[in-house]
Design a protein around this ligand. Structure first.
Ligand SMILES: O=C(O)CCC(=O)C(=O)O
Ligand SMILES: [Fe+2]
Length: 244
């Protein structure tokens, strides 16, 4: 690995270590999502978005309209993952695993998570979930991502992350990251997450616990992206479980 890449990876690891993870846990508990401002710098964003047009490095490409997923496209990275993507997965995971375990305990779900991402991936692989799930998404004017959940098999890490690689207002307009929460016997609630280039959002993949007056209940979450009004928007998606 060259010296420039190594020092920029060290800077990224340092940025992750300095995040206010207690604040992240508080936001996740309160809202089901948390923003990590400036997780990637503009140069890292540009370099990752530029990978979209490379021939190699991906295991598949999905044209969303063909599957009724929306409009736009994405590509799943293949092994070996680009170094910053592998680092994001392995360095962010240990901060989220205790939150995931606490949520599972609150929801009466028995599953607990290994301390390290390697430990969790070993569990996925034993169950046949061996295909990497980090992905790059690309949307042009008129594109959107329908509300969905990224479940790829029996093993689901309860939190995931998306990083906006483009700059709103300069590279694109519209294209807001949206979360909805379906509460039992109630109408759904929407949350729009304002992101700048390099900001990440951590959010619940499937459901989360909410404290009600008569105990804890589960709310079901979905995420998506509203219509891109103009320009081009790139995102990096970091799902922590692998796929069947
Ligand atoms: O483009 C986005 O902001 C959302 C991407 C997404 O659905 C994901 O990362 O799972
Ligand atoms: Fe998604």
């Amino acid at each position: 690995m060259n010296a420039v890449l190594r020092s920029s990876l060290e800077a990224l690891a340092q940025r992750i270590a300095w995040i206010d993870w207690l604040g992240v846990a508080r936001d996740l508990d309160a809202h089901g999502c948390a923003q990590l401002p400036g997780l990637l710098d503009p140069e890292e964003c540009r370099a990752l978005a530029a990978l979209y047009d490379q021939r190699d490095g991906f295991r598949s490409r999905v044209v969303m309209a063909r599957h009724g997923f929306g409009r736009g496209e994405y590509r799943y990275f293949d092994h070996p993952l680009p170094a910053p993507v592998a680092l994001l997965r392995s360095c962010v995971y240990p901060h989220l695993a205790p939150i995931a375990d606490r949520w599972n305990a609150a929801m009466g779900i028995a599953t607990r998570h290994p301390d390290t991402h390697a430990g969790f991936i070993a569990r996925c692989h034993e169950a046949g979930q061996t295909r990497p799930t980090p992905l790059l998404l690309r949307y042009d004017a008129g594109d959107y991502n329908c509300l969905h959940q990224d479940l790829y098999g029996e093993h689901v890490f309860p939190l995931q992350m998306a990083v906006l690689l483009s700059q709103p207002g300069r590279d694109f307009e519209g294209g807001e990251f949206v979360l909805t929460e379906q509460r039992p016997r109630m109408q759904s609630r929407a949350e729009v997450v304002p992101l700048r280039q390099g900001d990440a959002v951590v959010f619940a993949v499937h459901h989360r616990p909410v404290q009600g007056t008569r105990g804890v209940y589960r709310v079901n979450l979905r995420h998506g992206v509203s219509r891109i009004r103009s320009g081009r928007r790139h995102t990096l998606g970091v799902v922590f479980h692998d796929a069947l």
